[in-house]
Ligand binder design. Structure first.
Ligand code: GUN
Ligand code: ZN
Length: 436
């Protein structure tokens, strides 16, 4: 692949703007990114790199923003076909809509069809890495990783484990969850750009024995990730208390099996006690904030700024299909709105960080993806900051870069994604979504 120089606006992070403020972001109005061998080889002002590399292929993106691809820290790809299902709260929503759809993934052809559809959709929305739950069927993981590997995508996924409080056809056991997950780790973890995440769905559907088995498996494979759900709805927390009255709290039901620490990704984490926050901070346990889901299913308001200030790694997840969108732009807008409901105005730099570097950090992939920096993999997107008439007229009034970006955060969708590069390879824009 020849060396290429992308010209446009660029954004680098020297720290976490949620903690350090907007000064942790560095914007270049006339920036350039040199891509070589699938990685970022240089980033500087346009004139500097044009002079230094006179013989490279040039793609001039004008005033578009060159960004790392979005990183979705929590999603369920098998819920693609039942996104936007009406009128239920978490447990009823799982029983009514989710479990019947997930049962279909015993069919590998169906799993493969939805995996392809899901990857088409997220690429069109500018998401280049996602951490996805699969279903209890090992085939659902195989289908997802085969589809991701064929596109050379950096993806994270795990077979979901459930051995109680789920329909008969969606239950494994402690032993089979361990055996199947282990076999999938051996087959897939670290192959190409794929990372395995050990995936107990949540305490209500994983017995003590299953969580203990998966904790042991993680100890045997510590470079895998671990993903689950924590304290999403109050009814769910009461249920956990009833199921395990001896636990200090919900987090403890994971903690006592070794399921916390760096690389542990807790989806939602809304209604936390002070002990839970303290332990998550001490252990480096990550949070995937899923704002569109939290409003859609009526779960509550996650305290993103407070958790970040305590030192807990926080990223952003769509939680499709409990979340109501495939778009990380829409998800940033929702994070902004949820923070506003708590009297906090998240700066656009903090929102952008959450959707890129923050999520990459939670997935322990921050040395590989999530930032425009030398050595990072060139999973890049070009953002049109005037993608619709409504956004364009507002952006035209902007006096600063952040004022120009914010209308796209609040009103943008897949129309704002003008280009996608995977490991330096240009993809075919959005058109492939509708290709036969
Ligand atoms: N808690 C357990 N499973 C799920 C799920 O599939 N979606 C959401 N939003 N919460 C969950
Ligand atoms: Zn989820």
């Amino acid at each position: 692949m020849p060396r290429q120089l992308l010209l446009g606006q660029t954004l680098e992070f020297t720290g976490n703007p949620l903690v350090e403020g907007p000064d942790a972001a560095r914007h270049r109005r006339h920036g350039a990114v040199l891509v070589d061998g699938g990685k970022i080889a240089a980033i500087a002002d346009r004139d500097t790199l044009l002079a230094r590399y006179p013989d490279v292929t040039i793609t001039d993106l004008g005033q578009m923003l060159i960004s790392p691809g979005f990183v979705d820290a929590h999603v369920h790809y098998p819920q693609t076909a039942m996104i936007a299902s009406w009128g239920k709260r978490l447990i009823d929503w799982l029983n009514t809509y989710t479990f019947p759809e997930e049962a279909k993934f015993s069919s590998e052809p169906y799993a493969a069809e939805i995996a392809e559809l899901y990857l088409d959709l997220i690429l069109a929305h500018g998401t280049t890495t996602a951490a996805s739950f699969c279903t209890i069927h090992p085939e659902s993981l195989t289908a997802f990783f085969e589809a991701a590997a064929a596109r050379d995508l950096r993806m994270v996924a795990g077979k979901t484990c459930m051995d109680r409080n789920a329909p008969d056809n969606l239950r494994d056991t402690a032993q089979s969850a361990y055996d199947d997950s282990k076999a999938l780790i051996e087959a897939w973890h670290g192959r190409g750009r794929l990372t395995y995440a050990i995936t107990p769905r949540f305490t209500p559907t994983s017995t003590l024995d299953q969580r203990a088995a998966l904790g042991a498996l993680w100890a045997e494979h510590p470079d895998c990730l671990m993903q689950t759900h924590l304290s999403e709805q109050k009814e769910e927390i009461s249920w956990v208390r009833q199921l395990e009255p001896d636990a200090h709290d919900y987090l403890h039901t994971y903690e006592r099996h070794g399921l916390v620490g760096p690389g542990s990704i807790m989806g939602h984490a809304i209604h936390l006690t002070e002990r839970e926050i303290g332990r998550m901070a001490e252990t480096g346990t990550g949070v995937a904030h899923c704002p569109t889901s939290n409003t859609f299913i009526g779960s509550g308001l996650c305290r993103v700024a407070a958790l970040s200030e305590r030192g807990i790694p926080v990223g952003l997840g769509t939680d499709t299909g409990g979340g109501s969108s495939f778009s990380m732009l829409r998800t940033m807008a929702s994070a902004y709105e949820i923070a506003q409901m708590q009297g906090v105005a998240l700066h656009p730099s903090a929102l952008w960080w959450l959707a890129t570097a923050g999520s990459a950090q939670v997935l322990r992939l921050d040395q590989k993806i999530g930032r425009l920096a030398v050595g990072q993999e060139a999973d890049l997107i070009a953002i049109d900051l005037s993608s619709t008439p409504a956004i364009a007229q507002r952006a035209a009034q902007a006096e600063t870069f952040w004022e120009q970006v914010f209308p796209t955060i609040m009103m943008g969708d897949d129309r704002a994604i003008a280009g996608v590069w995977i490991a330096g390879e240009a993809q075919h824009g959005k058109s492939y979504v509708n290709d036969p």
